[in-house]
Design a binder for this molecule. Structure first.
Ligand code: ATP
Ligand code: MG
Length: 433
């Protein structure tokens, strides 16, 4: 066990999203000291702090804090929350607590974790967990660079503890699992490893490939549940810088993970998949984006593959139906008028429509114009105003609003005055017939 004294004050100053938390942490330390329970930082914050020191890299401050306690966390939190304003928001089956605290009117979320041992009884299934020593808690982790801890309270206050040569691997730039069966126990670690490799520009260690081989031998990726697989892939989109997406997907492809997880994807989609998220910034919600990303990843010839990602039958069938609708018009696409294309697009809900833009590059340009522009074109005149102009209540109002919209989109009319004239012309023609 390698122990190095570090400058705790410098560490805290560097990692804390807000200096208000200093006092809170000092209180937490005092309580754990009094109770004789060891409190420490682990994982991402420790890794990023050391990375920063080693490579002088600019690393963003963590959005939330993880603190680990070797001891009785529930009773520790009870004592802590008698002294600080706050509450437990959520308690998980893995002995973790999400806590909201309020410091001078500002709220912070802190994840408190019990130092624990994990036992994997089944391949690729969630483990049984037991409260345990910090050593076990280090050894349950995914990679050596994520297995470093920094103590906040005695007996290792201000000490960096390294049981697995994680500091060496940080220096060498290596992603190394802690044991060879690591990916059999939890194949999501492979995707996590890819994210760290690309994020930090590191390499996989030899052990990484040996562990991967074991995982393939045991078909562990096939046994990983659809939702867990989908979640890992979504993290490529949501947790990593946008510019890394192509690399993340290519690395996953080259390691044959999609194949091994029985997910039929199409490499040809990668480029449009990356483009769509850029082009539609601000136009769709994050949730929609994630869904389109997963839809767009799979090979459109094998949409059944979406069952593997846990999508419900109804959504997959709907996507198949809309795909047919576009396919029927594809050979004729250039000959369709702008209005005809718009009418077709309007039959399809946005999530499916954008997915189809990824499958069929031929329609992409029209689709983006539709989303950014034409979809938003609406008549300025209201139904009531139409009635005042002499339009009969009922079906005719809808017909006219649609006509105004068409002429606006085609650039034949521009403002409200033009709209009024169009209506008057329409009514005149009608009275002549
Ligand atoms: P990031 O900067 O991406 O948040 P992180 O290291 O903080 O990186 P988290 O997903 O926040 O990653 O997890 C916190 C820590 O929990 C990790 O550093 C790792 O030690 C441990 N961990 C998370 N997921 C796993 C897993 N599937 N298997 C083993 N350990 C894990
Ligand atoms: Mg984290």
């Amino acid at each position: 066990m390698k122990k190095t004294k570090i400058d705790l004050e410098d560490f805290l100053k560097t990692i804390l999203p807000d200096q208000k938390l200093l006092k809170f942490l000092s209180l937490a330390r005092d309580i754990s000291k009094k109770r004789g329970e060891f409190l420490y930082f682990a994982g991402g914050v420790v890794r990023d702090y050391l990375l920063k020191r080693l490579y002088k890299k600019r690393i963003p401050k963590p959005k939330d804090l993880d603190l680990v306690l070797q001891g009785n966390l529930k009773s520790f939190l009870k004592e802590l929350l008698e002294k600080v304003k706050g509450q437990i928001l959520f308690e998980s089956q893995f002995l973790t607590y999400k806590v909201k605290i309020n410091l001078n009117g500002k709220e912070f979320l802190i994840d408190f974790i019990t130092a624990r041992k994990e036992i994997y009884e089944d391949i690729a299934k969630l483990p049984k967990v037991f409260a345990s020593h910090f050593e076990d808690d280090i050894l349950r982790r995914d990679f050596t660079i994520n297995a470093l801890i920094i103590g906040l309270s005695p007996p290792y206050e201000g000490v960096l503890i390294d049981l697995v040569e994680g500091e060496e691997d940080l220096k060498k730039g290596l992603i190394r699992p802690l044991y060879l069966n690591s990916f059999v126990d939890d194949p999501t670690r492979i995707f996590r490893g890819i994210r760290y490799k690309i994020r930090f520009g590191f390499n996989f260690s030899e052990d990484f490939f040996l562990a991967l081989q074991k995982c393939f031998e045991k078909s562990a990726l096939k046994k990983l549940s659809g939702t867990r697989l989908a979640n890992e892939l979504k993290l490529y989109l949501t947790k990593e810088p946008e510019k890394n997406l192509k690399n993340l997907l290519m690395t996953t492809y080259e390691l044959k993970l999609f194949e091994e997880a029985e997910l039929k994807i199409n490499k040809k989609n990668f480029n449009s998949l990356i483009g769509f998220s850029k082009e539609l910034k601000g136009e769709i919600s994050e949730r929609e984006k994630e869904k389109i990303f997963l839809f767009g990843l799979v090979d459109s010839q094998f949409l059944e593959s979406l069952y593997r990602l846990g999508f419900p039958d109804s959504e997959i069938k709907e996507l198949i139906r809309y795909k047919k609708l576009i396919e029927e018009n594809l050979s004729n696409w250039e000959k369709l008028s702008l209005w005809e294309k718009i009418k077709l697009f309007e039959k399809i809900p946005s999530i499916y429509l954008l997915t189809l833009g990824i499958y069929f590059p031929k329609i992409k340009k029209d689709l983006i114009n539709f989303f950014k522009e034409y979809k938003k074109v609406k008549p300025e005149l209201t139904g009531e105003e139409l009635i005042k102009l002499g339009v009969k209540e009922g079906k005719e109002i809808g017909v006219l609003l649609e006509l105004i919209r068409k002429e606006k989109i085609e650039g034949k009319i521009r403002n409200k005055e033009d709209e009024k004239n169009l209506v008057i012309q329409f009514l005149l023609n009608k009275s002549k017939n």
